[in-house]
Design a protein around this ligand. Structure first.
Ligand SMILES: *Cc1c(COP(=O)(O)O)cnc(C)c1O
Length: 367
């Protein structure tokens, strides 16, 4: 049996329905900030439980533009997680700000007990990452931000549909970034991102910044970027956005089956699931012994397991100038050596989930 990591082939099996939507964009020549874009923004704001959604060119731009609009720039320090996807860090560096890393806790998100030690007089912002679709401890992050007068931009790129105590991901910070990259829970056919915010002023500023700072065709009030959601992608998004609840609940269902099946296996450590968090499992990640052997064994069995990620951010060659060393973030480093991601997407059949469970258990029980 083959258990694919990507669901794209299954998700877009009915490609004609999508192509029909795109046809109407093309025949109307409605390419730049077209009607489908504003429709998508208002639907995205609705499902995110927040007032304003401003679509942009990517999740990376969503983080960078949010920080930029909030005044973060050269020389400012921005605290984020050592364990994240490179885009979080790249977005900070793009503004000539300095990323300052903090170690992870058991659920792969930033350890709030270690944030204060990373704050200096130059710290301006915190970018917590809702990594894997788990939520960072946002009440604590917001309390620390308030005490130290810092702005918060949530990297919610992996967390659409997630909540903490009924409050949705993206509704704590001044702004939050989502990604619609093809491998994200809600996705389109290329790069795209969304910023959400409660502030009408910030939303207006972001709308200017993503489109060259133009208030109209002839007047530029501030220098901006070219980072718009493509109207064709918005048309894809509008078709798919109605499936978000199904996508989320099926992933949670698959993860619950895995959690139960692996709880008693020596060699597997299921991360602690924090009460009150609706974890949406963009990634289903376990800590395991003999990780590389297990990955090879599962690949041999047709199960497309992955590693997110083998090298934490502070040990990447690009981070050399930041001056971090091995040993600085022991949890993130130990995780990099032991994590494995199992396919857990919404288009897996029960048989595929059972097969993945059977093979993973067999590795530890038989070898
Ligand atoms: C995907 C992702 C991003 C960036 O999104 P893109 O749309 O690929 O630019 C940022 N942060 C995290 C944690 C992500 O997973």
């Amino acid at each position: 049996m083959k258990v694919p990591f990507s669901y794209l082939e299954r998700q877009f099996a009915d490609v004609d329905a999508y192509l029909e939507e795109i046809r109407s964009v093309v025949t109307q020549g409605d390419f730049t900030l077209g009607r489908a874009v504003s429709e998508f923004e208002s639907r995205f704001a609705d499902i995110s439980g927040i007032e304003h959604a401003v679509s942009v060119g990517s999740g990376t731009d969503a983080i960078a533009l949010s920080l930029h609009a909030l005044g973060i720039g050269p020389g400012d320090e921005v605290i984020t997680a050592a364990n994240t996807f490179i885009a979080t860090v790249g977005a900070i560096v793009q503004l000539h700000a300095r990323p300052v890393f903090v170690d992870s806790e058991d659920g792969f998100v930033i350890d709030c007990n270690k944030i204060e030690a990373a704050i200096t007089p130059r710290t301006r912002a915190i970018v917590p990452v809702h990594y894997t679709g788990n939520l960072a401890d946002m009440p604590r992050v917001m309390e620390l931000a308030r005490l130290h007068d810092l702005v918060v931009v949530e990297d919610a790129c992996q967390a659409i549909g997630g909540t903490l105590g009924d409050k949705p991901a993206g509704t704590w910070g001044a702004a939050a970034a989502f990604s619609l990259h093809p491998l994200k829970n809600l996705n389109v056919w290329g790069d795209a991102g969304v910023i959400v915010t409660r502030s009408v002023q910030l939303a207006a500023r972001l709308r200017l910044l993503r489109n060259h700072g133009l208030v109209n065709r002839d007047e530029v009030v501030m220098y901006g970027w070219n980072s718009r959601l493509d109207t064709i992608q918005a048309a894809v998004g509008n078709r798919l956005i109605g499936e978000t609840a199904f996508i989320t609940s099926r992933r949670i269902d698959v993860a619950a089956r895995y959690d139960a099946a692996f709880a008693d296996v020596t060699g597997i450590s299921v991360p602690r699931r924090r009460p009150g968090v609706k974890h949406v499992y963009h990634l289903y990640v376990l800590r395991v012994e003999r990780r590389d052997e297990l990955v090879a064994y599962l690949h041999e069995a047709g199960i497309e397991a992955k590693i997110h990620y083998p090298v934490p951010m502070h040990l990447q060659p690009a981070a050399r100038e930041l001056g971090y060393r091995e040993g600085d973030f022991p949890v993130a480093e130990a995780d990099a050596r032991s994590v494995i991601t199992l396919p857990a997407h919404q288009h897996l059949s029960d048989e595929e989930v059972d097969y993945t469970i059977e093979k993973t258990r067999a590795f530890f029980n038989e070898f």
